[in-house]
Ligand binder design. Structure first.
Ligand code: DGT
Ligand code: MG
Length: 605
C-alpha cells in the first residue's frame, strides 16, 4: 500500500455477526390502508398529514406522485388520486407492532430492534451459525434450514448452493457465489432466511418490504436500499483487502456522504466544505434538502490527510461526542460496531401532543388537555396492558365464565406536561423551546375498574391543570403553539421485586402497595428542551378542529434521523437532538427534509 496516498489503512472490519435489516416496509402508511381495504391496492392512493402527502402507494408513484408532496400538487398531477387521512397514528403503530412481533418471534437471541415504524434490524448470527453446522458440504442443493433451537422439524428446505435474491455487486460473480468460506456461507444462509421471513410477512400480514443482508447495521441498511420494493440484497464478500479492492469499500465509495446513516446534515456539510474547499450550495428544490455539491465517500476517504485524526480535528467541538473522528472514519469505511438492541416489551415513554395556531385561554387549554389525556390513557391501555385475555385464571380465583383481568406490563412513574410558548412579540418565527413540568403519575390512572372517561377527567383536573398553572402562573398573556403530555420513567412490572408481573392474582392484590413505592419527587425544575421537531411543527399550523391530539409523528426513516447523536433511535424514545437546518427567511431551525415544505409555506404566506 502506498503510505503517502493512503495514510490510513482500512479500520478492521468485524465480520462475526450476520445482520438482516428489514429496510422500510414498502409505502408503509399506504400499505396499512390497503390491508384494511384491499380494493385500494389497484388505485393511486396517497396518505395525507396536514397539507402533505406523507406517502403514496406504487400505483400513485407510477403516476408521478411522490412522498412529501403538497396535496394540491398531487391532485394536479393525478386528479383521480384517492386521499386518505393519516393524522391518527394508531393504525400505523399497531401494524408496526404486528410486523415487529412476527419478526421477533423468529429471533433466538431477542436481538431484534425497531427503527421508526417500518424498519427492523435482526441479529441472526446465532440462527445462521447453528444452520452452518447443519450444512452438508456434499449436498448443498438439498439443505434444510432449521428455525427452532428445540425442534429440528421446524424449518424449510432450500438450495444452499445458491444465494437468494440480489447481490452487490451484481450480477453475482459465480466464483464468489460458489465459494464455501464461512462468511460466504453465512451470508448465503441469511439470504434464504431473509427470503423466508419476507414470505411470512407477506402471507401472514400482507406486507412486502425490502431487506439488506450483511455483517453490521450500517451495511445491511444501505445495501437493502438497492432493490426496492419487495426484494432483498446481500453484500457479497470479500469484505476486506489491502488495496481497497473489496466490495465493502467499493459499495461505500459510491454513496454521497450525506446518505450514510450516522453522518448527519452538519457533519456532511463540514466534510463537503473541507474536501470541496468551498461551502456547499443548497438546492432547496430537492426533496430532503439535497445539495448540488455531492461529495462521494470515495473522494472524502481519499482526500489528502484524511483519516481519524484529521476528522477528529475537523468535526470535534462543543456538543460532539468524544471520538467522533474514528467513528466517522469507521462509517466512511463501512465499519459500524453498534449492536442490534434487545427487543423491549414496552416503550420507554409514551407521549401525545398537538400543535395549535393559537391557544391562549384557559378554557381552550382545558379542552385540549382533555383530548390529550384521553388519547394518552388509550395509549397506556394499548401499549402497557397485557392483551393476552386468554391467560388462564390463577387457582385462587373462583372458576366460572369470568374473564381474567388484564395486567399492567409496566407503570410510568412520572407524568410530564410540556408546552411551547410563542414568542411574546407575536412574530411568526417559531421557537423550538419547550418548557415542561413533571409530577408523579397518580395511582388512579392504573385502575381498571373505573371508567376511562372518569379517569382521564381526574387526570386533567387533579394533575394536568395544576401542572399547567405551575408552568404558566400568569392568568393570561401566553399563547401556546404546542402541548405535549407524556408518561415517562417506565418501571417494568415483571422485574419489580417479587416478580409481580408473573402472577396476575397476586399482582392485583399488591398493585396498590407496589405503586406506593413509586412516589417520585416533583423535580420542580423548569427544563428547556431544544428537541428536534418533526415535520408537522414546521408546516403551517392548522387549527385542530374537534379531534383527538395527534401523536408524535415519526421522522423520515432514511435520512434525517441519523446523526451521530441520534443513532438507531427507536420511535418510542425521546427524539434526540438532530442536525437542524436554519431557514434564511425566518431563522427557524428544522430537520433538512422539512425545508422544502417550509419554503413553500413562505412562498404562500
Ligand atoms: P418506501 O419505503 O419508499 O416504499 O415508502 P414509505 O412510505 O415506507 O416511506 P418511509 O419508509 O420513508 O417512511 C415510513 C412511513 O413513515 C411512511 O409510510 C410515512 C411516514 N413518513 C415518512 N416520512 C415522513 C415525514 O417526513 N413526515 C411524516 N409525518 N411522516 C413520514
Ligand atoms: Mg418504507
Amino acid at each position: 500500500m502506498d503510505g503517502a496516498r493512503h495514510p490510513h489503512r482500512q479500520p478492521k472490519r468485524q465480520l462475526d455477526s450476520t445482520i438482516l435489516h428489514f429496510v422500510s416496509t414498502d409505502c408503509f402508511y399506504a400499505s396499512v390502508f390497503e390491508n384494511e381495504t384491499p380494493a385500494l391496492r389497484s388505485l393511486p392512493l396517497a396518505v395525507q398529514q396536514k397539507q402533505i402527502v406523507v406517502t403514496c402507494n406504487y400505483e400513485a408513484r407510477r403516476r408521478g406522485l411522490h412522498k412529501l408532496q403538497l396535496i394540491k400538487d398531487a391532485k394536479k398531477t393525478c386528479p383521480d388520486v384517492v386521499i386518505v387521512l393519516g393524522e391518527d397514528l394508531t393504525r400505523f403503530r399497531n401494524a408496526s407492532k404486528e410486523l415487529f412481533n412476527l419478526l421477533r418471534s423468529f429471533s433466538w437471541n431477542s436481538r431484534c430492534e425497531r427503527l421508526g415504524f417500518d424498519e427492523v434490524f435482526m441479529d441472526v448470527s446465532d440462527i445462521v451459525e447453528h444452520n452452518l453446522g447443519l450444512l452438508n458440504a456434499h449436498d448443498l442443493a438439498n439443505s434444510y434450514f432449521c428455525l427452532s433451537k428445540n425442534d429440528p422439524t421446524v424449518g424449510f428446505t432450500f438450495d444452499a448452493s445458491e444465494l437468494a435474491g440480489h447481490t452487490y455487486p451484481q450480477p453475482p460473480n459465480k466464483e464468489l457465489d460458489a465459494s464455501q468460506d464461512s462468511l460466504s456461507l453465512r451470508l448465503r444462509l441469511a439470504s434464504h432466511l431473509a427470503r423466508y421471513l419476507r414470505e411470512q410477512l407477506e402471507s401472514e400480514k400482507g406486507y412486502t418490504c425490502a431487506v439488506g443482508i450483511s455483517t453490521n447495521k450500517l451495511l445491511a441498511k444501505l445495501v437493502g436500499n438497492l432493490h426496492k420494493p419487495n426484494d432483498q440484497t446481500t453484500l457479497l464478500p470479500p469484505y476486506s483487502s489491502e488495496e481497497d479492492l473489496d466490495n465493502v469499500t467499493s459499495f461505500m465509495d459510491g454513496h454521497e456522504v450525506g446518505k450514510i446513516p450516522g453522518i448527519g446534515f452538519k457533519i456532511a456539510n463540514k466534510l463537503r466544505a473541507h474536501v470541496l474547499q468551498r461551502p456547499a450550495e443548497f438546492d432547496t428544490a430537492l426533496v430532503y434538502g439535497g445539495t448540488k455539491e455531492d461529495l462521494l465517500v470515495a473522494d472524502a476517504r481519499r482526500h489528502p490527510g484524511m483519516g481519524p485524526d484529521m476528522l477528529e480535528q475537523l468535526l470535534s467541538g462543543p456538543g460532539t461526542p468524544h471520538g467522533i473522528g474514528p467513528k466517522i472514519w469507521g462509517l466512511l469505511n463501512g465499519c459500524d460496531d453498534a449492536e442490534v438492541g434487545q427487543a423491549r416489551e414496552v416503550p420507554k415513554q409514551i407521549s401525545i401532543e398537538d400543535s395549535y395556531l393559537r391557544l391562549d385561554t384557559l378554557g381552550e387549554v382545558i379542552r385540549e388537555l382533555r383530548m390529550l389525556a384521553k388519547s394518552l390513557l388509550a395509549r397506556l391501555h394499548t401499549d402497557l396492558l397485557d392483551n393476552d385475555e386468554e391467560t388462564p385464571a390463577p387457582d385462587d380465583v373462583v372458576p366460572g365464565p369470568t374473564t381474567v383481568p388484564r395486567r399492567w406490563l409496566a407503570y410510568p412513574k412520572t407524568i410530564r406536561l410540556s408546552t411551547r410558548p410563542r414568542p411574546p412579540d407575536g412574530s411568526r418565527n417559531r421557537s423550538f423551546a419547550r418548557i415542561s413540568r413533571s409530577a408523579p403519575m397518580p395511582n388512579f390512572v392504573f385502575s381498571l375498574k373505573e371508567n376511562k372517561d372518569t379517569v382521564s377527567e381526574r387526570l386533567v383536573t387533579e394533575t394536568l391543570v395544576p401542572l399547567f398553572h405551575k408552568l404558566h402562573p400568569e392568568k393570561s398573556g401566553w399563547n401556546l403553539s404546542l402541548m405535549n403530555v407524556a408518561a415517562t420513567n417506565m418501571a417494568d412490572a415483571a422485574s419489580e421485586k417479587g416478580g409481580v408481573g408473573r402472577d396476575i392474582g397476586k399482582m392485583f392484590k399488591r398493585q396498590d402497595d407496589v405503586l406506593k413505592q413509586w412516589r417520585v419527587e416533583d423535580t420542580d425544575v423548569m427544563e428547556v428542551e431544544e428537541k428536534m421537531e418533526e415535520v408537522k411543527a414546521v408546516l403551517p399550523a392548522i387549527p385542530n378542529g374537534d379531534k383527538g391530539g395527534s401523536e408524535d409523528l415519526p421522522t423520515l426513516s432514511q435520512e434525517a434521523k441519523h446523526s451521530v447523536n441520534d443513532q438507531w433511535e427507536s420511535e418510542d424514545e425521546d427524539m434526540a437532538d438532530g442536525d437542524l437546518f436554519c431557514c434564511d427567511q425566518c431563522g427557524a431551525s428544522m430537520p433538512s427534509f422539512a425545508m422544502v415544505a417550509h419554503s413553500r409555506w413562505h412562498a404562500q404566506s
